[in-house]
Design a protein around this ligand. Structure first.
Ligand code: SF4
Ligand code: SF4
Length: 110
C-alpha cells in the first residue's frame, strides 16, 4: 500500500478494518477544516493536550511537547480547549488561513 497517497477517500466502503493497526497508513488529517497552531514560546509542557487528544497526534519527546502530527490530526480543537487559559499555547485557525499564510511564507504550522 502506498501510504503517501492514501487519504480518507481511499478507505474501504463500510469502514471495514482489514488488519490491526492500519490507522497510521491513512493520512486522516486531510479532512481537517481547522488546525491547531502551537506556540512553543507559551507552552509550559503540562501535556494536557497529549492526554486529551483523541487521535494521539501530539508529539512528545523526553517529556516535552515538540509538535503536532498534522498528517493524522483531525482538527477537533480539544487540545486548544484543554490548554491552560493562562498560557493559551494552542490556537485553532481555519485551514484556508493556514494555506494562505503558507503561500505568503508565514508558516501556519509548528
Ligand atoms: S485538534 Fe484534535 S486531533 Fe488535532 S491535535 Fe488537537 S486534540 Fe488532537
Ligand atoms: S496543553 Fe498547552 S501548555 Fe500544555 S503541553 Fe499542550 S500546548 Fe503546552
Amino acid at each position: 500500500m502506498n501510504t503517501a497517497a492514501n487519504g480518507w477517500r481511499d478507505l474501504p466502503r463500510g469502514a471495514a478494518i482489514l488488519k490491526a493497526g492500519n490507522a497510521r497508513e491513512y493520512q486522516t488529517g486531510d479532512w481537517r477544516t481547522e488546525r491547531p497552531v502551537w506556540n512553543p514560546e507559551k507552552c509550559i509542557h503540562c501535556l494536557f493536550c497529549w492526554v486529551y487528544c483523541p487521535d494521539a497526534t501530539i508529539i512528545v519527546k523526553d517529556g516535552k511537547m515538540v509538535g503536532i502530527d498534522y498528517e493524522h490530526c483531525k482538527g477537533c480543537g480539544i487540545c486548544a480547549a484543554e490548554c491552560p487559559k493562562r498560557v493559551t499555547a494552542i490556537e485553532m485557525i481555519k485551514e484556508s488561513e493556514a494555506a494562505a499564510a503558507a503561500k505568503q511564507g508565514q508558516g501556519g504550522g509548528c
